[in-house]
Design a protein around this ligand. Structure first.
Ligand SMILES: *Cc1c(COP(=O)(O)O)cnc(C)c1O
Length: 386
């Protein structure tokens, strides 16, 4: 449900508006579809770590997927069960490893051979034991934007599949860690489900290497990456989790005692978030381009500048007329543009614009660049309408 102008006027723009009802419906759908196959879901905190959002997700019993010590801390403080927390990341610092060991998280998803040694050494010093999964780079093309691809052979993520043998020999010699599983995450905003089929067939062949070598793997984590419909958020507010999980069910057979885990970020929180902004100025360039300058910018939502991402933009104040506009923010960067040459109703100073599908990697990536303040959160259920 979109926010009314009356309620927008109660807040300073720009701000993030979260539809809590849609978030809950999305979570219900994920949980229902995953439980059909006994799959486990860890929410990827980096997509959105707003406290209220975390609370809603935690209430549905999801685990957490973290990529920094700060995220491990935020998920512990939000009440996520440490036994459902997994910790990935190519550059884990010693203090982050120590903190995660203190909290007794479920598993470290390890991304290099050297990291295995460091975790072993720290666990030894702390007289504890670390459970680890190997994040393996399966060399699968996710067919998405290059800046959000992680699973091709020359990316910085994961342990090369050609290094598995060496990694296993190493783990045998490390007394303070034990391997419980395998982890894969190949990229984000993946819409072609054949990509996940390809991932499944790689996972199956890597798993058979392990069973041939007599190594038991109980935990298999296939990461996240399911995309959302940025073009038509109104028609497709909830991703097709049913078909998504079915791809894994049909292509990734599990042995007894094995559990399949997912780390979903974007697909859970993206569509419930909208960036609300006010129009400041109109201007025309020498070449005749109509610019609309708004009070939101790349410091609130960097995805268009960083990934050439498309976000649907709506004028909430006026529905009449039709004009071609480019929508830009006020930051001193030429890339601070939300959309080029889009059609909108006649748009003037004071109009409110909604930038849709901004719940994932929106507020979470906000910065103070140009000394702009961080955007606030507004929740759909914080209003009482008469
Ligand atoms: C970012 C990330 C995810 C979540 O990806 P989405 O595309 O938002 O679902 C999952 N796992 C890891 C390791 C990640 O880095």
């Amino acid at each position: 449900m979109m926010i009314s102008i009356k309620n927008i006027e109660k807040h300073a723009t720009p701000f993030y508006y979260y539809d809590i009802n849609l978030l809950r419906r999305t979570l219900e759908t994920v949980c229902k579809n995953a439980s059909r196959y006994g799959y486990h879901i860890h929410y990827a905190l980096k997509a959105n770590f707003d406290k209220r959002i975390l609370e809603e997700i935690k209430n549905f019993g999801l685990g957490a997927d973290c990529v920094s010590g700060g995220e491990v801390r935020a998920s512990v403080e939000a009440g996520f069960d440490p036994k459902k927390i997994v910790f990935a990341g190519v550059g884990k610092r010693d203090d982050e490893i120590i903190y995660a060991l203190e909290k007794g998280i479920f598993a470290f998803n390890c991304e290099s051979l050297e990291e295995l040694e460091v975790i072993n050494e720290i666990a030894g010093r702390m007289h504890t034991h670390a459970t680890v999964a190997l994040r393996i780079n399966p060399d699968v093309d996710p067919q998405t934007h290059k800046n959000i691809s992680t699973g091709h052979a020359d990316s910085k993520f994961g342990i090369a599949y050609t290094e598995i043998e060496e990694a296993m020999a190493k783990i045998d010699a490390l007394p303070n860690i034990s391997i419980v599983g395998l982890h894969f995450h190949i990229g984000s905003q993946i819409l072609n489900l054949d990509v996940f089929k390809n991932l499944c067939s790689r996972v199956v062949s890597i798993m058979s290497w392990f069973s041939e070598h007599g190594i038991e793997i109980s935990y298999i984590n296939v990461g996240g990456g399911l995309g959302v419909d940025y073009i038509a958020p109104e028609t497709n507010p909830i991703p097709d989790f049913d078909t998504y999980f079915k791809v894994f069910h049909d292509n990734l057979p599990l042995k007894e005692g094995q559990t399949l885990h997912f780390e979903l970020g974007r697909s859970i929180v993206c569509q419930c978030g909208t960036l609300i902004s006010k129009v400041l100025y109109n201007k025309k360039t020498a070449s005749g381009k109509n610019f609309v300058l708004i009070d939101a910018s790349m410091t609130e939502l960097i995805r268009p500048a960083l990934y050439d991402a498309y976000h649907r933009i709506e004028n909430l104040s006026n529905k009449h007329g039709n004009e071609v506009y480019s929508i830009a923010g006020g930051v001193c960067e030429s890339s601070d543009i939300f959309a080029r040459d889009i059609e909108l109703p006649i748009t003037k100073r004071g109009d409110y614009l909604a930038i849709r599908s901004a719940g994932a990697y929106g507020q979470a990536m906000a910065s103070n660049y140009n000394l702009r303040p961080l955007p606030e959160s507004v929740y759909s259920d914080s209003f009482i309408d008469f």
